[in-house]
Design a protein around this ligand. Structure first.
Ligand code: FES
Length: 130
Protein backbone atom coordinates (compact mmCIF):
# COMPACT_ATOMS: atom_id res chain seq x y z
CA UNK A 1 0.00 0.00 0.00
CA UNK A 2 1.10 3.56 -0.56
CA UNK A 3 0.95 6.10 2.21
CA UNK A 4 -2.34 7.21 0.66
CA UNK A 5 -4.04 3.85 0.92
CA UNK A 6 -3.87 2.87 -2.72
CA UNK A 7 -2.36 -0.55 -3.45
CA UNK A 8 1.13 -0.06 -4.82
CA UNK A 9 0.37 -1.87 -8.07
CA UNK A 10 -2.46 0.59 -8.66
CA UNK A 11 0.03 3.39 -9.19
CA UNK A 12 1.05 4.62 -12.61
CA UNK A 13 4.54 5.66 -13.59
CA UNK A 14 4.94 9.14 -15.01
CA UNK A 15 8.21 9.59 -16.85
CA UNK A 16 9.25 13.18 -17.25
CA UNK A 17 11.90 13.78 -19.83
CA UNK A 18 14.66 16.11 -18.68
CA UNK A 19 17.63 16.25 -20.97
CA UNK A 20 18.90 18.17 -23.97
CA UNK A 21 15.55 19.77 -24.93
CA UNK A 22 12.88 18.82 -22.42
CA UNK A 23 13.33 20.86 -19.30
CA UNK A 24 15.92 23.12 -20.87
CA UNK A 25 15.94 26.89 -20.61
CA UNK A 26 17.64 27.00 -24.01
CA UNK A 27 14.67 25.42 -25.82
CA UNK A 28 11.90 26.71 -23.54
CA UNK A 29 13.03 30.00 -22.04
CA UNK A 30 10.92 31.38 -19.25
CA UNK A 31 9.37 28.03 -18.29
CA UNK A 32 9.84 27.03 -14.65
CA UNK A 33 10.81 23.44 -15.37
CA UNK A 34 11.77 22.61 -11.80
CA UNK A 35 8.50 24.09 -10.58
CA UNK A 36 6.50 22.03 -13.07
CA UNK A 37 8.25 18.85 -11.99
CA UNK A 38 7.63 19.63 -8.33
CA UNK A 39 3.98 20.41 -9.08
CA UNK A 40 3.61 17.08 -10.87
CA UNK A 41 5.25 15.19 -8.00
CA UNK A 42 2.89 16.79 -5.49
CA UNK A 43 -0.17 16.43 -7.71
CA UNK A 44 0.37 12.74 -8.39
CA UNK A 45 1.42 11.75 -4.88
CA UNK A 46 -0.15 8.45 -3.92
CA UNK A 47 -1.27 7.82 -7.49
CA UNK A 48 1.98 7.62 -9.46
CA UNK A 49 5.72 7.41 -9.24
CA UNK A 50 7.32 10.29 -11.06
CA UNK A 51 10.65 9.47 -12.67
CA UNK A 52 13.02 11.70 -14.57
CA UNK A 53 14.15 10.33 -17.89
CA UNK A 54 17.05 10.91 -20.21
CA UNK A 55 16.15 12.02 -23.73
CA UNK A 56 13.33 9.91 -25.11
CA UNK A 57 14.32 10.73 -28.69
CA UNK A 58 11.23 12.82 -29.32
CA UNK A 59 12.76 16.26 -28.84
CA UNK A 60 10.46 17.92 -31.38
CA UNK A 61 7.61 17.23 -28.95
CA UNK A 62 9.30 18.56 -25.81
CA UNK A 63 8.56 18.68 -22.96
CA UNK A 64 7.66 15.01 -23.21
CA UNK A 65 5.83 13.12 -20.45
CA UNK A 66 4.94 9.42 -20.70
CA UNK A 67 2.17 8.05 -18.50
CA UNK A 68 2.54 4.30 -18.03
CA UNK A 69 -0.50 2.39 -16.78
CA UNK A 70 -0.81 0.74 -13.42
CA UNK A 71 -1.09 -3.05 -13.31
CA UNK A 72 -4.91 -2.90 -13.40
CA UNK A 73 -4.68 -0.38 -16.22
CA UNK A 74 -2.45 -2.73 -18.22
CA UNK A 75 -4.81 -5.64 -17.59
CA UNK A 76 -7.62 -3.45 -18.90
CA UNK A 77 -5.68 -2.79 -22.10
CA UNK A 78 -3.99 0.46 -21.20
CA UNK A 79 -0.69 1.30 -22.85
CA UNK A 80 1.82 4.07 -22.21
CA UNK A 81 0.53 7.42 -23.38
CA UNK A 82 3.03 9.94 -24.71
CA UNK A 83 2.25 13.60 -24.20
CA UNK A 84 3.86 16.57 -25.93
CA UNK A 85 4.38 20.15 -24.84
CA UNK A 86 3.84 19.70 -21.12
CA UNK A 87 4.97 23.23 -20.40
CA UNK A 88 2.49 24.87 -18.04
CA UNK A 89 0.67 24.42 -14.75
CA UNK A 90 -2.70 23.65 -16.34
CA UNK A 91 -1.29 20.79 -18.39
CA UNK A 92 0.57 19.39 -15.40
CA UNK A 93 -2.64 19.54 -13.37
CA UNK A 94 -4.51 17.75 -16.17
CA UNK A 95 -1.94 14.95 -16.02
CA UNK A 96 -2.24 14.76 -12.23
CA UNK A 97 -6.03 14.62 -12.33
CA UNK A 98 -6.01 11.91 -14.97
CA UNK A 99 -3.55 9.80 -12.97
CA UNK A 100 -5.68 10.28 -9.85
CA UNK A 101 -8.61 8.85 -11.80
CA UNK A 102 -6.50 5.80 -12.65
CA UNK A 103 -4.64 6.78 -15.83
CA UNK A 104 -4.33 4.68 -19.00
CA UNK A 105 -6.65 1.69 -19.21
CA UNK A 106 -8.74 2.89 -16.27
CA UNK A 107 -9.79 6.41 -17.21
CA UNK A 108 -10.07 7.91 -20.68
CA UNK A 109 -7.55 10.55 -21.67
CA UNK A 110 -9.14 13.85 -20.64
CA UNK A 111 -10.21 16.08 -23.49
CA UNK A 112 -7.78 18.74 -22.30
CA UNK A 113 -4.88 16.33 -22.87
CA UNK A 114 -6.09 14.63 -26.04
CA UNK A 115 -4.44 17.15 -28.37
CA UNK A 116 -1.11 16.52 -26.66
CA UNK A 117 -1.10 12.75 -27.23
CA UNK A 118 1.34 11.61 -29.88
CA UNK A 119 2.61 8.32 -31.23
CA UNK A 120 6.33 7.90 -30.54
CA UNK A 121 8.57 6.64 -33.29
CA UNK A 122 10.02 3.14 -33.16
CA UNK A 123 13.37 4.39 -31.91
CA UNK A 124 11.73 6.21 -29.00
CA UNK A 125 9.74 3.12 -28.10
CA UNK A 126 12.81 0.91 -28.19
CA UNK A 127 14.87 3.38 -26.16
CA UNK A 128 12.16 3.99 -23.55
CA UNK A 129 11.73 0.25 -22.99
CA UNK A 130 15.33 -0.06 -21.83
S1 FES B 1 15.11 15.78 -24.38
FE1 FES B 1 13.08 14.99 -24.15
S2 FES B 1 12.76 13.89 -25.97
FE2 FES B 1 14.77 14.62 -26.16
Amino acid sequence: MTAYGRPRDHTCIVRVCRDCCCGSERKHPGVDHDGLLARLEVGTRGHARVLRSACLLACDESNVVVVTPSAPGRRAGGRPVWLRAVLDDDTVDDVSEWVALGGPGVAAVPAALARRVFAPNALSLRWSAV
